[in-house]
Design a protein. Sequence first.
Length: 310
Amino acid sequence: MSSEHVDGREAPPLTETIAPGTATDPDVKSEDAATVSIDGVEVEVPEGSTVIEAIEAVETAGNVPALCYYDRDSSQAEKIGPRSECRTCMVETEEHGMVPSCSFPAEDGLSVSTDAEAATEARDVNLDLVLSDHNLRCTTCGKNGRCELQDASIDNDVEEPRYGVFDDREAYEPLDDSSDFIQIDRNKCILCNRCVEACNDVQVEGVLRMEGSGQDTRIGFQNGAETMEDSTCVSCGHCVTVCPTGSLVEQDIADAATIPLPGFSQKNSIGKSLESSGKETKGPMTRMKSDEPKDLTSEARTEENPGDWL
């Protein structure tokens, strides 16, 4: 008798059958406007806010990284929901103890401490855990200088992660540079799920998914492909836009250096005006960026908006 395992699960949905909301967690946002105390400073936040949004509204609040969280102020925000994957955003509340600020609702009267000893230690531990499973070759990374994990490590004074770093070259997964447009380095992936959300919930392409379990969890493809080239990817680039590390980068600038230059205004190939406070040049390619967050869906590259590239 054959010992080969047969997977009886249904085949994953492809692009034409996938619908917005496939990466959704339960909605945990507050239902009414609320006044929240952040490190003793009261701030009023609108309906639907989470604790981290209240923290961001207080200039004197402590530094709270949130690697799986990003600006979801868009038409898809309610469908996407918070993730609470990395737990690097833990804060302490008088009412509920320790909570993940990226997903906990900003309740009226809530008292939050970002600099409590227990909260600071929890964030440090979780950040070190993320670093322990990440290839920290920053100087040769295409996201060097614009990596959120790098920024969080610097802001939190990480000098030597307590659990070490992922530097076993024999255990590295091969680089997937099969696509002409997007390079995948799974050794730098922190499994934040942002790219899956962007692909399935915003662009509604249904290309990316999480696959495997435990230490074998990785970013894969809905159609079961082994490489990006063989997947159903249309190279919209939105997964690259939201990736907080160097796991997903633009192929043409993956290995080049970053040179910040003064901001300027420009138009892209379809005549759309691009207002930028800074730009980055990497070899022959020019990448524009803005310090102001954009609507998640309006920033997505579509036929009407193929991307802010020159």
